[in-house]
Design a protein around this ligand. Structure first.
Ligand code: HPA
Length: 275
């Protein structure tokens, strides 16, 4: 039995008769939503073999199982990033744990810089597609046929029906919601202004240091994905503000209020009418 299977068995033994349907990953400064989960059981990542602890400020580093918007969820309050030295096994462990626990879909959140002047700090952008500028793929190496096939498609990686549902909910809640292509870089340095200009020409609408390894692995094992960026700044060189992680956390917290409302209401809507 692989380590992932024993981790899943351990989680299930601590929360019997509970099957999460939706996996959630909360990015930098966005952990507050985890505190809204009812009937919750929390597992510090340090208690789960293969779950790496992020050293980045703004990540609580625990997996919470419980109810959110009437939906049974498994929520990661914090995540590891490629720039922390995480290798593909770390990403595989937590995405495949979600799958084996019973999740059918994932809500992934992150903090990102906007490449569109009209979408500023504190706003939300639904991800429609991505460009993988991390120049690595977490599936390199032997394929694990238990989870998916060797070559898998990445069109519609960001599930169109879930995107439509999230737009409908945003409209109902009067939450402004942009949509665009996420450029994934490794970080940890922010970009140069020249890189930002290049990314705009390449067709990106926002840029961030996470999410893509998780989305590739989720799609590989048949999880449907929705991902939302909380915009914490305009890309380097697009404004006079210099970029910092403190700024990222500050604006992520401003966006978090709308993000939490949007996710909870979407879960509520999926509970009433699956899509
Ligand atoms: N670039 C990369 N990652 C980010 C940014 C950015 O401008 N803002 C928040 N995360």
């Amino acid at each position: 039995m692989s380590d992932i299977h024993s981790t899943v068995k351990y989680i299930q033994s601590q929360k019997p008769n509970f099957t999460p349907r939706v996996g959630i990953i909360l990015g930098s400064g966005l952990g507050a939503l985890g505190d809204e989960i009812k009937d919750s059981t929390a597992f510090p990542f340090s208690s789960l073999p293969g779950f790496p602890t992020s050293s980045v400020a703004g990540h609580k580093n625990q997996l919470i199982l419980g109810m959110l918007g009437n939906m049974p969820v498994a929520c990661m309050q914090g995540r590891i990033h490629s720039y922390e030295g995480a290798d593909s096994s770390a990403f595989k462990t937590f995405i495949r744990t979600m799958k084996l626990l019973g999740c059918e879909m994932m809500f992934i959140t992150n903090a990102a810089g906007s490449l569109r002047e009209e979408v500023g700090a504190g706003q939300l952008m639904l991800i429609s597609d991505h460009i993988n500028f991390q120049h690595r793929n977490p599936l390199i190496g032997p394929n694990d046929d238990e989870f998916g096939e060797r070559f898998h498609p990445m069109d519609n990686a960001y599930d169109p029906k879930m995107r439509k549902r999230i737009h409908d909910v945003a409209k109902k809640l009067k939450i402004p919601l942009a949509e665009g292509v996420y450029m994934s870089v490794t970080g940890p340095s922010f970009e140069t202004p020249a890189e930002i200009r290049a990314f705009r020409i390449l067709g990106a609408d926002c840029v961030g240091m996470s999410t893509v390894p998780e989305v590739i692995l989720a799609k590989h094992c048949g999880l449907r994905v929705a991902a939302i960026s909380s915009i914490t700044n305009l890309g380097a060189g697009m404004s006079d503000e210099s970029l910092s992680h403190t700024g990222t956390l500050h604006y992520a917290q401003i966006a978090a209020k709308n993000l939490s409302a949007l996710i909870i209401e979407t879960l509520e809507s999926l509970h009433h009418e699956p899509c």
